[in-house]
Design a binder for this molecule. Structure first.
Ligand SMILES: C[S@@+](CC[C@H](N)C(=O)[O-])C[C@H]1O[C@@H](n2cnc3c(N)ncnc32)[C@H](O)[C@@H]1O
Length: 336
């Protein structure tokens, strides 16, 4: 059992005043909730995440971890998307909203942050994946109703989660309330653009998210190796540089598979690993009960309303990022 050394990670210093912590339970809003396996459980075991995200975590627990797949995909993505220097994370108290299997938690810890990792389901798996780290606490709770002190965290971090809650507007408004007035935020959302909304994912989801999730998973698992080979072959169609790329690009929008064969950061992975990734990410795209991206304008309006510090919106065809401005943040001494 790892000992949490940093007093900022003790439950007593994190929780709002209406939470009472006992040895193996919590009292919150007149309900007694369990602390099991040293994890406080503010939500039930059953949730809308169970059939999809939790299934993926159980079947592919470590797949996305840089330390497991030997890429630096997550580290590179976090630094690129936040726009912050690696030193900026050192010693910061981070609220990670929706930690999943812990691939980003791993990077945040590696960068020297102290992490409060929250998910509605499967946090035990995340903690186990990271060998029960001393600089993180894991909490089972909904990012729509967090039990923490408000305006308390140096960084509020939410990556690939917002569109998956039933009411993303409310979720965004809620999570932003937990950052300190001079703290930093990073919130990612899929973009609500025509480019995105016309892709195979949003065309198929009305059917696939209502299917029996085990049946859907099994079908994706059966089809993926064929679609993987098919889309790879398209790319190799001569003349490779023009026709192949065009066909692959069209297939990217029309063929239901996440094929990362030609993405540079995955170049070290063999076909078996890429096919496992493809099964994982295709199911991840098609199965979640909720997937409703917020518009950039809506994200900006909410941030304007809630945040007291400056922020920027970075838009592309596929994703929208709400983040504190790198210029301001880089100047802050991480040890302060
Ligand atoms: C696509 S996964 C992303 C996980 C992780 N951030 C990552 O990038 O690997 C979405 C995560 O959001 C979690 N989630 C969805 N709704 C949530 C809620 N209301 N409260 C907390 N977590 C939630 C899911 O359980 C799942 O782990």
């Amino acid at each position: 059992m790892n000992k949490i050394d940093d007093p900022r990670l003790k439950l007593e210093s994190l929780m709002a005043s209406d939470v009472t912590i006992n040895d193996d339970s919590i009292l919150w809003r007149e309900r007694e909730l369990p602390i099991q396996n040293r994890i406080p459980r503010f939500t039930d075991e059953e949730s809308y995440s169970k059939g999809n995200f939790l299934r993926l975590r159980e079947l592919h627990p470590k797949l996305q971890l840089d330390s497991f797949n030997k890429t630096s995909d997550r580290r590179r993505t976090i630094l690129e998307r936040t726009g912050w220097q690696p030193e900026f994370f050192r010693n910061k108290l981070v609220l990670e909203c929706g930690c999943g299997a812990g691939p980003d938690t791993e990077v945040l810890l590696d960068l020297g942050a102290k992490v409060v990792a929250v998910d509605i389901a499967g946090v035990d798996i995340a903690r186990e994946n990271l060998n029960d780290p001393a600089n993180a606490v894991f909490v089972q709770a909904s990012v729509d109703d967090l039990p923490f002190r408000r305006r308390h965290f140096d960084i509020v971090f939410c990556h690939r989660v917002l569109q998956h809650t039933p009411t993303p507007k409310r979720t965004l408004e809620h999570i932003l309330r937990f950052v300190k007035p001079d703290g930093a935020v990073f919130v990612h959302s899929y973009a609500r653009t025509l480019y995105q909304m016309l892709s195979w994912k949003y065309a198929l989801r009305p059917f696939t998210c209502r299917m029996d999730q085990e049946v859907l998973y099994n079908r994706i698992e059966a089809w993926t190796p064929h679609l993987f080979r098919f889309t790879c072959a398209l790319r190799k169609t001569p003349p490779q540089e023009i026709v192949g790329k065009l066909l692959f690009y069209l297939a990217h929008h029309a063929v239901p598979i996440r094929n990362y064969r030609f993405i540079p950061q995955f170049s070290s992975l063999d076909d078996a690993a890429l096919i496992e990734y493809a099964v994982h990410d295709t199911f991840d795209a098609l199965s979640p009960r909720f997937d409703s991206p917020l518009s950039a304008r809506e994200m900006s309006r909410i941030a304007d309303e809630v945040l007291s510090s400056s922020f920027e919106l970075k838009r592309s065809k596929g994703i929208t990022l709400l983040r504190s401005k790198p210029d301001d943040r880089q100047l802050v001494n991480a040890a302060e």
